[in-house]
Design a protein around this ligand. Structure first.
Ligand SMILES: Cc1ncc(COP(=O)(O)O)c(C=O)c1O
Length: 400
């Protein structure tokens, strides 16, 4: 048999744009130089050097998650792999799971729980609104689920579950294992795992942390880990088995060959969070997001979600009548070298405010690109007003 022919290829230079796009969508986000440098290194995945790196990653993650738990695990995989690790380890066949849905990503945890045999009940938050603590807790009392899943910030609908602390605290006191998706929000806004009684917080690298996609983190409480140790049936997902992962992350044992470059990148991303401090980072994200919101409204555009439920980390901007999302975004990429995101069905485009996206110089470029491209697509836009609102809001934040 002759060998299957080698394909004809283009070089990456031929595929990638001449000038890198400014990544201002819902993730992945730009990464700082120390993260990019660390990601270019390969070290042994076992041994004393790796142990020191892992110990620091865990210490820094404890700060970022606001937990004293020893059960910090990294996962070679996307944010969804940490969701799947939580579901595969905490849910056994027949276990009741209450899944709070605000959109596409929060519903995914319910789907994953179903696939491992969970008996899943869904609570749907009102369109464009946050999950009501009263309603969710009433369901917890009525159904006594073993696991409750919810998202802090739902990237698809751009909603912030602002009653998360109350829901988590009370559900936890009622005996639920509370699983929180902080993929989009971690390090962009307050989250206190221990104080809020959360049993599993999961996140990806490519959003608030400004690391690379593909290496993710999960923190489990002692209560969650005890539940995993006490399982009656083994975890069906071998790579995602939390006890095997703990062997690697805390006992120097081989599980699978860890993504060493990505872990080094994550180390640097977390180090930069620590250097900035959580307080400083939250303040920067808030100031930048609010300034961008003022700028968008100054252009004459409408934000999708009302302020009470609005997620600051990813903004949804309603498309004006007659403006096509794909054409608009294509124009922004081609003419302004700025990339933003479309949506999962809602009539919006989305701009991220996560990690390195929340820098004043990126905001000016992005808002100008948005306004100019909208105008070219036929929308009525007040570009000077938008830019001046952005400038005013940023200067006010700097002065205060
Ligand atoms: C809130 C939320 N959860 C989960 C995910 C899934 O993350 P990943 O795409 O890395 O699997 C995303 C991705 O956008 C997200 O925004």
């Amino acid at each position: 048999m002759p060998l299957i022919a080698c394909p004809t290829l283009q070089t990456l230079d031929q595929i990638l744009p001449d000038e890198p796009l400014l990544m201002m969508g819902a993730g992945p986000v730009p990464i700082p130089a120390p993260v990019a440098h660390a990601n270019s290194l390969v070290i042994n995945h076992l041994g004393p050097v790796m142990t020191r790196v892992l110990n620091q990653v865990k210490d820094m993650a404890r700060y970022v998650f606001q937990t004293n738990s020893p059960y910090i695990l990294g996962v070679a995989g996307p944010g969804s792999a940490t969701m799947e690790m939580a579901m595969a380890n905490l849910v056994e066949p027949g276990d009741k799971v209450l899944c709070v849905c605000n959109g596409y990503f929060s519903a995914r945890m319910g789907e994953m729980a179903r696939r491992v045999g969970g008996d899943v009940l869904e609570y749907r938050a009102p369109e464009g609104g946050f999950a009501s603590a009263d309603e969710v807790l009433a369901l917890v009392r009525q159904h006594a689920p073993k696991v409750l899943t919810l998202v802090q910030g739902e990237t698809s609908s751009t909603v912030w579950n602002r009653q998360l602390p109350q829901i988590a605290q009370e559900a936890s006191a009622l005996g639920c294992l509370v699983v929180v998706d902080a993929v989009c929000t971690l390090s962009t806004m307050p989250l206190e795992m221990d104080a809020w009684g959360i049993d599993a917080v999961l996140t990806g690298g490519q959003k608030g942390l400004s690391s690379i996609p593909g290496v993710s983190l999960i923190a489990l409480s002692a209560r969650a880990f005890d539940a995993i140790r006490g399982r009656k049936v083994p975890v069906t997902h071998w790579c995602l088995d939390a006890q095997l992962a703990y062997g690697f992350w805390s006992e120097g044992k081989y599980h699978y060959t860890a993504p060493t470059s990505g872990i080094l990148a994550l180390h640097e991303a977390l180090r930069l969070v620590c250097a900035e401090t959580l307080e400083g980072r939250f303040a920067r994200h808030l100031a930048c997001s609010q300034a961008l919101q003022a700028g968008v409204e100054g252009l004459g555009l409408e934000l999708f979600v009302a302020p009470a439920a609005r997620l600051n980390s990813v903004l949804g901007i309603r498309l004006p009548e007659g403006v096509d999302s794909a054409r608009l975004r294509q124009r922004m990429s081609a003419e302004h070298k700025v990339e933003i995101s479309g949506s999962f069905g809602a009539p919006i485009v989305r701009i991220g405010q996560m990690g390195e996206q929340s820098r004043a110089h990126h905001l000016f470029r992005t808002l100008h690109a948005l306004g100019s491209a909208m105008r070219s697509e036929g929308a009525s836009i007040d570009l000077p007003q938008g830019m001046s609102e952005l400038e005013r809001s940023l200067s006010q934040a700097t002065a205060s």
